[in-house]
Design a protein. Sequence first.
Length: 107
Amino acid sequence: MTPRDYLLLMAAMGAATYLPRMIPLLLLSRRRLPAWFAEWLELVPPAILGALIAPTLFAREMPRTLTMGKAELVAAIPTLLFALKYRSLAGTVIVGMLVYWGVTSLK
């Protein structure tokens, strides 16, 4: 690929990332959304995060099998409790790393 091709590829990737975010903002920023829709939109990020994290917490590698004793799940529980109580992002990351390190060093 030529340098021009790389620049075009980067521009296309930027547009593919930026446009899906920009278009709804432009279309909906001046409109008043129904309350039920605004509440529903607030639930989208936690749902996506849960869908991304759940396979790591509950499933083993190929073939996918449900497992409840993984180190990630054991570390996630106290980390979640810390996050809910203290609402500190930095503290939650530190606690999560320390608990995961402690759990994995025991095995």
